[in-house]
Structures are given as structure tokens and as C-alpha cells.
Design a protein around this ligand. Structure first.
Ligand SMILES: [Zn+2]
Ligand SMILES: [Zn+2]
Length: 430
């Protein structure tokens, strides 16, 4: 009996992992441009952390978390709560009044596995803690937009404001009455949560509910002065940075902790309309988790969806992680020489490979092709005796003999320079 991976859990194997690396490299580059530092948190946390931050009456906490009931611990279903827990625990607010942090890693939710939605999925998460400035809201959205654009993913940015503890409680009553009147026409989920979390009904993707809430009152008409000013300033910031956006007055997000700005990056390229990333401001959350009174804003981007979108694009070219040089030793003596040469080259920082099975030249050239070698160095018994070898440029198939090293023109990351070969004690060369 073969043992396979659990349902909803997936390996990322060579051939696909290069796309993931490309996404991560781009993300790290963008985060660095915006002066974010990386933080890594453990995967297991106390269950209470998520109940308190995400909210008891949310789908995640109600039915999607992997919780070890006997130990009261949970595999993190999202990153923000853990990141804030770490921020508080290490007093990061003392070290720097404004912290810009990002993290990349797996999250876990127990939901029905479907295409692009796994039980272990991966997110890139960025958070700015310590400033209420609306420019930062715009900056964070601009960062997400830049990241997706540079990856070549087409999205539109939708934005809303959810108000604050001053103006939101009053508004809760307005849709409550509106929804109460239409309760019988809503989907089961919404009928159930119409009392506990009426704002979620506004955001339900079920067409039945969409139709009902079309005319629902919007919180945008009920914002207090401060929230209104903040919302205006965020939009001004986005315009200044040239970030396209549209307002979506029904966006509430599934998590309880958001205040003021919320946003989603929406793609139409996955069949139905889907969010690739989403985030918002959560000004009371750090305090609620026992930390200082510190405002925050951030977003998470789902990596499975990004990879799926990139795989769909025909022009996506997966750049293979090629090697610089393949050393083909022919015969035992030459192979023995190649064995130590390859090691010296690796010590010089070159990506190097060789064959250990004593295969023919033809077969070794095939191997070199398979690993996308930039060059192949061919050493036979004769070459060994004469103190010279043959170097083949695998891109233009030019061959050079003896000590001449051709100018490096390939697209490999590392360039095997002549100097490096000499440093490697490459005494063969005359
Ligand atoms: Zn307000
Ligand atoms: Zn619904």
C-alpha cells in the first residue's frame, strides 16, 4: 500500500517550485523596497489567540480551524494574529515606534478541498504597526498592487471603510432591521448569522443574498467625521501614487477585527470573481490581544491563487534553476579528477554537477541538457594526459579547446570566470 499525502495537502515538486520561488523572490524584493523586515512565527498557537482576534462568530473560528481540543492549541488559520502576538510578546513597539513586518508561510484551515483552496495553503502577509496615518493605508495598498503588477497578475483594487467603534455600532442596527425584513430570502448561513454578524450578510457571495442586499444601506453614509476624513485622505493618497481603485460599499471582510480601511485585490481570471489578496486596518486589535494601544494595517495574499494565475498565463516562462557548469569525466581516471574539480568549483560559488555512473559522453551531454548547464567541461584520458580539456558553451554550442575561456554571455546567475577556475587549482590549463 502506497502512502499518499492527506486530502487537501499538497507537495510542491521541482518543475512547479520554481514558480513559487519566483513569486517569493519578487515579494521579498518588493517588501524590501518598502522597508519591511521579515518575521517568522510558529505554526501552533493557543486557540484563544484566534478566538479573540478573528472573532468567535466567524466561519474560521466556528468551523475551519485545526484545533487540538485537549491542548487548547490551534494550527494558525491566518498570520495577522500570530504576528501581533509576537509583536506584543517581544515588545517590538518599544524597539521602533513604527514596525513594518512581513511573513511568508503555510496556514491551515479545515474546509472542503477544491481547486486552488487547500487545507494547508500559503500566504504572504505584510503589516504596518504603530501609525494611524491614512497615507500608510495608501502606501500598503500601493505595495500590494506593485507586487501583483510586477508578477504580471491582473487585478482590480476594491476598497471600503468599516468605520470605527464610534460610528460602527450605530450602523449595525441599520442593516439589522434591513436584513431582518428579508431574512427568509437569505441563504442558510446568512439567516443564521443575521443577528450575530449582520455585516457579513452584506458581503455574502450567494446570488440570493446579493439580490436582497442590493439596496441595503451602506456604512459609508454613516461614517463619523474622523473616519470620513481618514477615508478621504486614503483615497487622495492612492490618487497621488497613481493606484487605480474602486469603492465597494458592501465589502466587510470575514474577520471581526477590521476598522476603517478594508480592501481586496480582485481577479476575474479564475472563472468567478475571486480575491487574490485582502486586508485592512485593525486599530483596536493589538490592545485587544493585551498589547499597547497601537494602530495597524496590513494585507495577506494567497500564494496558491497567484501560482494558479501564473500557470494559466501562456507567456509564463518558468526559468529553470540551471547550473553553471557540468563536468563530464570520461573513464575512471578522468572521473576521479572531475570529482575533486567539481568540489573546488563549488567552493568558488559555482553551481556544478557531474555524473557518477561512468556513462558515455552522449549520455552525459543529455544529463547536462536536463540540468540546464551553461557549460560542459569535457575531460577524457587523453585530455588529462595532455593537460587540457574541451569546454562547450551549451547556449551557442561553441567549443573551445585548451586554456581559453570564452566570454560569459549566458543568463545564468553566476558566471564561471577564468579566474575562478584558476583559483580552483585548475592546473590542467596551459
Ligand atoms: Zn468612525
Ligand atoms: Zn448568504
Amino acid at each position: 500500500m502506497k502512502i499518499t499525502a492527506l486530502n487537501g495537502f499538497k507537495d510542491i515538486v521541482p518543475g512547479e517550485v520554481e514558480l513559487w520561488q519566483q513569486v517569493e523572490d519578487t515579494a521579498r524584493d518588493i517588501f524590501a523596497r518598502f522597508n519591511f523586515s521579515e518575521i517568522r512565527m510558529p505554526i501552533l498557537e493557543k486557540t484563544d489567540l484566534f478566538a479573540r482576534s478573528i472573532g468567535e462568530a466567524t466561519d474560521i473560528v466556528e468551523k475551519e480551524m485545526y484545533t487540538f481540543v485537549d491542548k487548547q492549541i490551534t494550527m494558525r488559520p491566518e498570520a495577522t494574529a500570530s504576528l501581533l502576538r509576537a509583536y506584543i510578546q517581544h515588545g517590538l513597539h518599544v524597539q521602533k515606534p513604527v514596525q513594518r513586518l512581513f511573513t511568508i508561510g503555510p496556514m491551515f484551515r479545515h474546509e472542503r478541498p477544491q481547486k486552488g483552496r487547500l487545507r494547508q495553503f500559503h500566504q504572504m502577509d505584510a503589516e504596518v504597526l504603530g501609525t494611524p496615518n491614512p497615507r500608510v493605508d495608501a502606501e500598503v495598498m500601493a505595495m500590494g498592487a506593485m507586487l501583483l503588477k510586477e508578477l504580471g497578475i491582473n487585478v482590480s483594487l476594491e476598497m471600503n471603510s468599516l468605520g470605527c467603534p464610534v460610528c460602527r455600532p450605530g450602523f449595525r442596527e441599520t442593516p439589522l432591521t434591513f436584513i431582518e425584513d428579508r431574512k427568509d430570502a437569505l441563504c442558510d448561513d446568512c439567516a443564521r448569522r443575521s443577528k450575530t454578524n449582520p455585516l457579513r450578510v452584506l458581503d455574502c457571495k450567494n446570488p440570493k443574498c446579493r439580490e436582497q442586499v442590493e439596496e441595503a444601506p451602506s456604512i459609508l453614509e454613516h461614517l463619523c467625521n474622523d473616519c470620513d476624513e481618514h477615508f478621504e485622505a486614503v483615497q487622495k493618497g492612492l490618487q497621488q501614487l497613481g493606484v487605480q481603485y474602486s469603492l465597494n460599499k458592501f465589502m466587510v471582510r470575514g474577520l471581526d477585527y477590521y476598522t476603517r480601511t478594508t480592501f481586496e485585490f480582485i481577479t476575474k481570471d479564475l472563472g468567478a470573481q475571486a480575491a487574490v489578496g485582502a486586508g485592512g486596518r485593525y486599530d483596536g486589535l493589538v490592545e485587544k490581544l493585551g498589547g499597547p494601544k497601537v494602530p495597524g494595517i496590513g494585507f495577506a495574499i494567497g500564494m496558491e491563487r497567484l501560482v494558479l494565475l501564473l500557470q494559466q498565463q501562456e507567456e509564463t516562462e518558468i526559468e529553470p534553476n540551471g547550473i553553471d557548469i557540468f563536468v563530464a569525466g570520461l573513464g575512471e581516471k578522468a572521473s576521479e579528477f572531475a570529482f575533486s574539480l567539481v568540489h573546488s568549483l563549488r567552493q568558488q560559488g559555482m553551481h556544478t554537477a557531474m555524473d557518477h555512473e561512468g556513462r558515455s559522453l552522449k549520455s552525459q551531454m543529455k544529463q547536462a541538457n536536463k540540468v540546464h548547464a551553461g557549460y560542459v567541461l569535457i575531460i577524457g584520458e587523453n585530455e588529462l594526459d595532455q593537460g587540457q580539456a574541451m569546454l562547450r558553451n551549451m547556449e551557442n554550442l561553441a567549443t573551445s579547446h585548451g586554456w581559453r575561456w570564452p566570454g560569459y554571455q549566458g543568463r545564468r546567475r553566476r558566471c564561471p570566470s577564468r579566474a575562478a577556475l584558476f583559483c580552483a587549482g585548475f592546473k590542467l590549463w596551459k
